[in-house]
Write a protein that binds this ligand. Sequence first.
Ligand code: ADP
Ligand code: MG
Length: 413
Amino acid sequence: GRVRASVPIRSRIPSPYIGGKTITQPSVMQQQQMPDEEEEEEPIQNSSPNRRLNAYGLPSRHPSRGNSYSRPSINTPSNLTDKIRVCVRKRPLNKKEVARNEKDIATINSQRTVLINEPKVKVDLTRYVEQHMFVFDDVFDSDASNEEVYQRTALPLVEYIFRGGKATCFAYGQTGSGKTHTMLDEKQGLYVLAARDIFNLLRREEFTHLASYIGFYEIYQGQLYDLLNQRKKLFAREDGKKNVVISGLQEYNIENVDALMQVFDYGNMARSTGTTGANQDSSRSHAILQIVLKHKKNRKKFHGKLSFIDLAGSERGADRGDADKQTRMEGAEINKSLLALKECIRALDQDKKHTPFRQSKLTQVLKDSFVGNSRTCMIATVSPNISNSEHTLNTLRYADRVKELKSERDRAD
Ligand code: ADP
Ligand code: MG
């Protein structure tokens, strides 16, 4: 793993000891992950030990442990049942970039590492390349399909909400890097793939008491708008059990993919056209599609929740100086919410007592996803081309700090 000496090495191969956790060497089947010790404390609502959810090749809950314990390393697949998972997805060069002969500067050299070759110019004007290496739970190359990404990101969350958990899956990245393609593509976004499995599970005998409800809303400038109800303004509050309730949110009881797609299309139109005209540009808002499992007999009884979040373009948080006042205000709000998001996920990771969710509307409405029995998966999306290298590095650094596994040592040097 060493880079050629002619290239300044600011990145180092990270220590093989990641996050101080010990996990078991995975067996031949990579999918078979060992559960965390903490898992024992998680709520299990359907807990007959012989009737576990294993339809996806996910871990059974109490697999016999092998003898060979070892420290996780970048060569060991990450644990799909981690409370926080941070993954990266690189999109392919697009036609324009290919036509411009743009270089691809993002190399994915293992299942968990990405290398960025940043072009630089010295004071004496000689050019050189600075390499940065990052380690994540998973790194998806430009040829990975949404289905492949789904298997290692949202699918474990689907399993988790059936056991009574709350889960969120975020797409974070610069505008044009593939957030919407990953999360909310109308036909093959992660939300559809997850819903497909959720609907199938709901047809099983053990889950006939549950039903799924879809809500779809947007956060723009600290204000919530219902995408399934003519962009009606919404307000969030907490119920007696400290669950976040968005009063008046239109929710649809949906049971199959066709119905879901119809509802989604309707909401998505409200997102991009913005009937108020206030928000023409989806890169300036966060979109949240949530699937809530409730008890059929008592809809107030909440079982689990999975949210898919297509975040505002990360570069928008930096709109300053030359932008007009409106754009600067939007940028400040986006910046605030993305910073708060990072801090909240970190607090969840470190089991901190205090979670700073009050710092933004985004983290306020997701509060119940940052405390207690919650899981989070962040997918940082990056563009591969040279002219986006600064944004790409910013995205990777942000993602790196969300869960410090991690790699790039230049900030400490
Ligand atoms: P964002 O939502 O981050 O602004 P989009 O998801 O709209 O970005 O992606 C920008 C363009 O790139 C879209 O045309 C999309 O279809 C395409 N694209 C993004 N990611 C991929 C990918 N992994 N594979 C193929 N095309 C992609
Ligand atoms: Mg988008």
